[in-house]
Design a protein around this ligand. Structure first.
Ligand code: R5P
Length: 301
């Protein structure tokens, strides 16, 4: 396999290259004077299996286009298979028509990816299962669950419960509670569409006097996790750990807000590079490299 790195997560791409003992493809990524992306692949790709590692981090649209240009360049250069490893599939929350007048953005992005010559797409913890309905190429969703459970098993989990903070995270939370053998407490989420404030509606389970862990796909503004934690603590919860696969941290103040919040720990992965504040000690980042590498070795080597 030959690994081509887009400009979004170069460290993760390097780690995947090392873990899979693949060849590092030489790529020049620049811009034309008018701002358009300029791609040039130096490595010979005829008949090769090419893995393009590109997460849809900020600037999102630029990284989407970059992946498509890299895939087209690889196809023109004779690659026999082009696997896109897209750790965070940006636009995946836009997977349906929320209001007439809006696009189904993920559908558009899926068409772009496929048209550019990508034959397989591998991603992690999608926002919802229906995202892959838009793809007709080979798809695979991995999960950060084994990374989180391995880390959490180092603790005494005897007074822990798993909190499902909304309907979207129910499937993930059930897997976490099954894996760790912990009770599941369920909530539904109500978000004020004007202020973004989050309120949890209790459905089942006792949190008072216990410690809790949750498992969600991403943090954007942080409102969900911060709101959930403060409400749970007001119900008597002693400690709250949030496992979140993608640290999107959309606002410039998100990491500060999370740092200042009552959340005790946030465990995340490197699918989205997090701002490195040396004092953000409650943030634990675990690399997702071995999950992607294992999948690539088992299926494509
Ligand atoms: C919602 O369904 C998602 O899984 C996340 O919980 C949520 O959208 C994160 O957004 P924010 O951090 O802005 O609350």
């Amino acid at each position: 396999m030959i690994i081509l790195a887009g400009s979004s997560v170069p460290k993760l791409a390097q780690q995947i290259c090392q873990d899979t003992s693949s060849q590092w493809g030489l790529v020049q990524i620049g811009k034309f004077p008018n701002g358009e992306k300029r791609i040039y692949i130096e490595t010979e790709l005829v008949g090769e299996t090419v893995v393009i590692v590109q997460s849809f981090t900020k600037p999102v649209d630029e990284h989407v286009v970059e992946l498509c240009l890299l895939a087209d360049a690889a196809a023109q250069a004779g690659a026999k298979r082009i696997i896109a490893v897209v750790p965070w599939l940006g636009y995946s929350p836009q997977d349906k028509l929320f209001r007439p007048g809006e696009p189904v953005s993920l559908h558009v992005v899926a068409k772009m990816i496929q048209a550019s010559g990508v034959t397989d797409i591998v991603t992690m913890d999608l926002h919802s299962g229906q995202a892959f309905n838009f793809f007709s190429i080979q798809t695979q969703e991995l999960s950060a669950l084994p990374l989180f459970t391995k880390y959490l098993r180092q603790r005494d989990l005897s007074d822990y419960v798993v909190i499902s903070i909304d309907e979207g995270s129910r499937r993930r939370s059930m897997h976490l509670s099954d894996e760790l053998g912990l009770e599941l407490c369920t909530f539904n989420k109500k978000r004020d569409l004007v202020t973004g404030q989050v309120e949890l509606v209790h459905v089942s389970g006792e949190v008072s006097g216990r410690r809790a862990v949750s498992f969600d796909d991403f943090i954007s503004t942080g409102s969900t996790q911060i709101g959930a934690c403060s409400q749970l603590k007001s119900m008597g919860l002693l400690e709250y750990t949030a496992c979140v696969t993608h640290a999107v941290f959309a606002g410039s103040d998100t990491s500060q807000k999370l740092h200042d919040s009552s959340i005790d720990q946030i465990i995340t992965t490197d699918t989205y590079p997090v701002p490195s504040h040396s004092d953000f000690l409650k943030l634990k980042v675990i690399t997702s490299s071995n999950l992607f590498s294992q999948h690539l070795v088992q299926n494509y080597q």
